[in-house]
Design a protein around this ligand. Structure first.
Ligand SMILES: Nc1nc2c(ncn2[C@@H]2O[C@H](COP(=O)(O)OP(=O)(O)OP(=O)(O)O)[C@@H](O)[C@H]2O)c(=O)[nH]1
Ligand SMILES: [Mg+2]
Length: 389
């Protein structure tokens, strides 16, 4: 039997020491509270004196068994933990590897996608460039637009032409096609001058000069009997201008101031081949003046009314004149002052907007020479700048 005393602060401490030294078969025999020995012990807290006992054999055997068992348990626990750890590690490692692989993949993917993005960007930029070039080219190959500008033909007719030549992209072919279209469209009047003819139009376009030219052509070159009537009473010297021509050419001349005089003058000249009536230049915006003129012309019972317009007239003015003079029911056109311009698009513009045929072109101030019959080929050559004046 082994008996042993323990001096401890508390029972837990005692039990731990007893089990560790005597094993779990030891039993506590006594326990009592004691003070430390000596004077100083009075001031210290009380301790517990525990007496425990165990059989000798049991101490060794049991301790060995316990230790062995404990060792086995420990080893098993450690093994288990190790295995777990190992397996966890491998899982973690696998996970880690996977992660790494994935990262690599991501990295690779990023690299790949970056490359692809760069490649795509380059392609897009190439496409852009090609598109730009094509657009520029398309703009450039809009020869019709360029041509209309060059010929001074109004842009407003562009769509109509484009519709007809939309599939043509060659400069020369566009030019050729446009000429063919205009050739079919443009109307020229070739009718011989006869009867009572009045010239109307804006101020200063050359009405009086043109009348003088026509009179000279008819009387001097064609040997016709020509009479001149003027209703121009507004401008100082206007009467003298035509009177002078009439005297030089030795042809009948009358000035009319009102409707009655107009009727009388026309009656007096009824046997002549051609009666040319000059009129005061009116602003197409002055409706009263136009009405007045219409009244006077009505009294003459004219056969033809010619609208005289300068070839140098600006786009907007041209349209206003054509509209403003509609009331006078003009049926033919004379285009003047073509010698003062280098582009002849107005021949087409005027004809197209008015819908009336062109009869004469005047090309200078000289009476009677600077007037020509409008002929299709001549008009086309002028329009397409293959000829100039
Ligand atoms: N360069 C050029 N000048 C012309 C032409 N025809 C007329 N003229 C000139 O234009 C100016 C006016 O001509 P007019 O014949 O008096 O014009 P108008 O239409 O009778 O004028 P109003 O009677 O005032 O309305 C004159 O100096 C003419 O010599 C032409 O074909 N070319
Ligand atoms: Mg005049």
């Amino acid at each position: 039997m082994v008996i042993k005393k323990y001096l401890v602060s508390n029972m837990n401490e005692a039990l731990t020491m007893i089990r560790s030294e005597l094993g779990k078969n030891a039993v506590i025999i006594t326990q009592r509270k004691v003070r430390k020995e000596g004077v100083l012990g009075i001031f210290k807290p009380k301790l517990i004196e525990v007496t425990a006992a165990v059989e000798n054999s049991k101490i060794v055997r049991n301790t060995n068994l316990d230790e062995k068992k404990d060792m086995e348990n420990s080893i098993n626990s450690i093994k288990k933990l190790m295995e777990e750890k190992l397996s966890n590690k491998s899982i973690d490692d696998k996970k880690l590897n996977n992660k790494i692989d994935n990262n690599k993949l991501i990295e690779n993917t990023n690299e790949t996608s970056n490359e692809e993005v760069v490649k795509l960007r380059n392609e897009i930029s190439d496409i852009k460039e090609i598109l730009n070039k094509t657009l520029i080219k398309t703009e450039k190959i809009d020869y019709l637009h360029e041509l209309l500008k060059e010929l001074d033909i109004y842009e407003q007719f562009y769509d109509e032409f484009k519709e007809k030549i939309k599939n043509i992209n060659d400069k020369e072919e566009v030019r050729h096609s446009l000429r063919e279209i205009i050739d079919k469209e443009i109307t020229i009047d070739t009718e011989e001058l006869k009867g009572k003819i009045v010239l109307v139009g804006p101020t200063g376009v050359g009405k009086t000069t043109t009348i003088a030219k026509l009179a000279g052509k008819l009387a001097l070159k064609e040997g016709k009997k020509v009479g001149l009537i003027t209703v121009d009473t507004y401008r100082i010297g206007a009467v003298d201008q035509l009177k002078t021509y009439a005297e030089i050419m030795d042809i009948d001349f009358k000035v009319v101031l009102n409707n009655k005089e107009m009727v009388e003058a026309v009656q007096a000249m009824k046997d002549l081949d051609v009666i040319l009536i000059d009129s005061t230049g009116r602003s197409s915006k002055n409706i009263m003046q136009i009405k007045e003129l219409k009244n006077l012309i009505g009294k003459a019972e004219v056969d033809s009314t010619y609208l005289v317009i300068s070839g140098t007239t600006k786009n907007k003015d041209l349209k206003n004149i054509i509209e403003g003079y509609k009331g006078l029911e003009y049926n033919k056109i004379i285009i003047t002052k073509l010698d003062e311009t280098t582009s002849y698009g107005n021949i087409y513009n005027l004809q197209k907007l008015s819908g009336k045929p062109i009869r004469y072109l005047t090309v200078g101030q000289n009476v009677p020479d600077d007037i020509i019959d409008a002929k299709k080929e001549k008009v086309l050559d002028l329009l397409f700048l293959e000829e100039c004046i």
